[in-house]
Design a protein. Structure first.
Length: 409
């Protein structure tokens, strides 16, 4: 959807001269000291996929907001290219650029930037008014956008009659009303208190499931980045240090800077069952008997085994004690010893939600898909390893189903 190629932005009166010194090996500090020019972004190349939330994060001064504003040329790059759906944004003339901003790229700012003398409805409709849409049509579109962000009924209020969180929802509705392909969000929640901020993060995720926009989201908050991002770019001194999914950044930090950045993160709210589950082997097919179950458990060194049908749908669990008792009674089937009182979860469940489940169950947690097919198991040791910084996904291999029900990583 968006391709950024070798993008550099230098602030100062002679950016060409400063760029030559940067290419000659000057670092950011030396360039600023000797020439007075500041490096905002340095040689950044990124590809943002259609429909993903791509988070750009870093500390203050890292270049994240500069990079974001180069995408729609609110800041003009010194060198490099930005492409949107095959069209080069950096080559557009002013009329084409205005059209891009009006129709294809929306923006939500940290400060709400609402017009104080206009009602909520007219604030949301403002971009459509600039576009030239009729009053009735733009107000109807604005009402739809307000309903989407949960503000139906607030159309006739003025911005100063709303809380900060509600004002930010108005800003989001204003961006959504124009139905852009891309949303640029520059630290939109950072001015809000933590509770409202978390609510709006959840609201954004809910909206994304409904509207499927391509979103570039800037933040300095790592927890926010990990919670929202499909992928994350971590910046330092104008450069991108690492790009990856939240799990990749936590499990495999690119350098000591990223490692220090992520060391205090609550991993239980980032890693999911799919990242820590291990092989479900051995599994037992329906129709097997207690002797077969005991043999499988003995070979694997386990005290229980899950039972599946030939489509790998989970049917129950058998323990070693029950299997021994069944053999002593002369049972040939599993019907009388099949246990159904065990815990299951989906692959997207957060570890924070699985910790209390693991504490109350005697057995591994079965990870199943929407058809109740067995994907893998989560044991207490896997949870502990993940929380200590070593998720099973970083150590184990193949994916699949059927006999063995390998973990889908």
């Amino acid at each position: 959807m968006i391709e950024i190629k070798e993008l550099t932005k230098i602030f100062g009166p002679e950016p060409g001269r400063a760029l030559a010194l940067l290419d000659a090996g000057y670092d950011k500090e030396r360039l600023l000291k000797e020439t007075g020019h500041a490096v905002g972004v340095h040689d950044v190349s990124l590809t943002i996929r259609r429909g993903e939330i791509f988070v750009i994060m870093g500390l203050s001064g890292s270049g994240k907001s500069t990079l974001l504003r180069c995408v729609n040329r609110l800041i003009e790059p010194t060198r490099g290219q930005v492409w949107l759906d095959g069209a080069e944004v950096t080559a557009m003339d002013r009329p084409a650029l205005r059209e891009l901003r009006r129709r294809r790229v929306g923006m939500v700012f940290q400060r709400f930037a609402l017009l104080p003398h206009r009602t909520v409805l007219d604030n949301v409709a403002f971009g459509l008014e600039i576009r030239g849409m009729s009053r009735s049509e733009r107000r109807e579109r604005a009402r739809e956008a307000l309903a989407l962000v949960g503000l139906a009924g607030w159309e006739d209020y003025l911005p100063d009659q709303l809380s900060g969180g509600m004002q930010q929802r108005v800003g989001l509705a204003r961006a959504l009303a124009t139905d852009p392909d891309v949303l640029l969000m520059d630290e939109p929640f950072s001015a809000l208190d933590p509770l409202i901020r978390r609510e709006l993060q959840e609201e954004l995720l809910r909206l994304q499931r409904a509207v499927h926009k391509t979103i570039l989201f800037v933040t300095h908050d790592l927890d926010e980045a990990l919670h929202l991002g499909d992928r994350i770019a971590i910046m330092r001194d104008g450069r991108v240090i690492q790009v990856g999914t939240p799990e990749e950044v936590l499990a495999h930090p690119a350098d000591d800077y990223v490692r220090a950045f992520v060391q205090d993160v609550d991993r239980s709210r980032v890693f999911k069952a799919a990242h820590v589950m291990t092989d479900a082997e051995p599994v037992l097919y329906e129709g097997g008997g207690p002797r077969v179950a005991l043999r499988a458990m003995r070979q694997a060194g386990r005290s229980s085994v899950f039972v599946v049908d030939h489509d790998n749908v989970l049917k129950g669990l058998v323990t070693a004690d029950d299997a021994v008792a069944a053999v002593q009674r002369g049972d040939v089937g599993l019907d009388h010893i099949l246990i159904h009182d065990y815990e299951t979860t989906g692959p997207e469940a957060l570890l924070a939600d699985l910790i209390p489940v693991a504490a109350r169950t005697r057995y591994p947690i079965a990870v199943v898909d929407e058809r109740h097919r067995l994907l893998g198991v989560v044991a207490r040791v896997s949870l502990l390893a993940a929380l200590a910084g070593e998720p099973a996904a970083a150590r184990t291999g193949s994916a699949g189903g059927g006999r063995g029900a390998r973990a889908a990583l």
